[in-house]
Design a binder for this molecule. Sequence first.
Ligand code: ATP
Ligand code: MG
Length: 407
Amino acid sequence: MLSGTSEKTRSDLGEPCVLLKLGEVVLKGKNRELFERRLQANIKAALSGFDFKADVRQRHGVIAVFLPEGTDAETADAVARRIADVPGLVWIHRAWRVEKDPQAVLKAALALVEGREEIQRKATFAVRSRRRDKRFPLRSNELDRLVGGEINDIYGLPVDLKNPELTVHIEVDRDEVFVFTDGIPGHGGLPVGTSGRALVLMSGGIDSPVAAYRMMRRGLRVDFLHFSGIPFTTSESIYKAYALVRALDRFQGRSRLWVVPFGKAQQSIKASGQDRLAVIAQRRLMLKTAEEVAHRIRAGALITGDSLGQVSSQTLQNITAQDHAVELPILRPLIGLDKTEIMAEARRIGTLEISELPDEDCCTLLAPRRAETRAKIEDLKQIERRLDAEDLAVQLADSLQEYKLDA
Ligand code: ATP
Ligand code: MG
């Protein structure tokens, strides 16, 4: 981005930093400080892989991450990209911090424009200034004119205030001025941890990773629970779940994957003879087990990737039968989405190609020829009495294994 920048212009630019625009956090009234503090902690944690300590500072309505002097452009870009994964932010800008002096601002703006490819093609530009500190000697439109006039004089770029191809942003804060051009869009939402903890039922499929992402973005820290068909299937589905959790970990850090060997329980369900109800009975047993695990890890909700009507277990009646299996709320962020929408999101967050790898899902052990679309709760309860489902759920939770993500 700034590879053509000479030593001289570098010193004109000031100090490298990353400027972050907050999403809904700014609406949080009295809790705002709590949210901002959580967001800062999440940003620091996200940067723990870099070999320097970034200085994260709250400014008026924005967060600034100051980088050590002499940080090269590639590292600064990498920092910005890493921070862009942290929920709660809407824009991430690679910026320069300069003194609160109009001449210093002008110099930095010119240095930023120098070497840009837009100059060759005489692209349109605009300067957009904002004064968060009204004591600055120039008003924002005066600053726009000062900087815009010089860029126009020196480089001959035409101004287009409506639809510029290049925008120079200038933001005057209490202690400094930030100057920047482009930005990376963030994921928006709320900082992970501000809504509590929940447990995601994580298959190796396309939907549940997207559901997990959506709820992390609403401020939940999530743990992941996978049911494998072991000992009647291979460990493939566990590897997939593991790979998915790794891919999702960048949104929250310190993710935990829990695996329950579910094959024998499935055999018992199958042996109960109610072929058409087997899938819903199995789903209810998964939920009961998940609820038991949730209590142990202090999670306040379960999350699934259900989407209304997508498969026979997801009819309104069958979803109702699942809700009745547990007391914890079941969050279903994908309930109203089409498969194409879910797939597009999976592609965007990088989980689709992992989900599309072949595996031996535990559900295939039970696939009946015709699945019930209108399961009656009384019939399910009858199967469960025979299975001793409540005890079985506790036993299954006892057989839980944690898969640690290596660094
Ligand atoms: P996915 O793509 O998430 O697997 P799906 O369209 O295949 O969803 P189902 O197989 O009916 O739909 O599963 C519905 C939900 O039940 C999943 O989104 C997931 O939350 C949960 N689930 C299904 N199988 C498992 C499993 N083996 N381990 C944990 N959760 C599961
Ligand atoms: Mg599935």
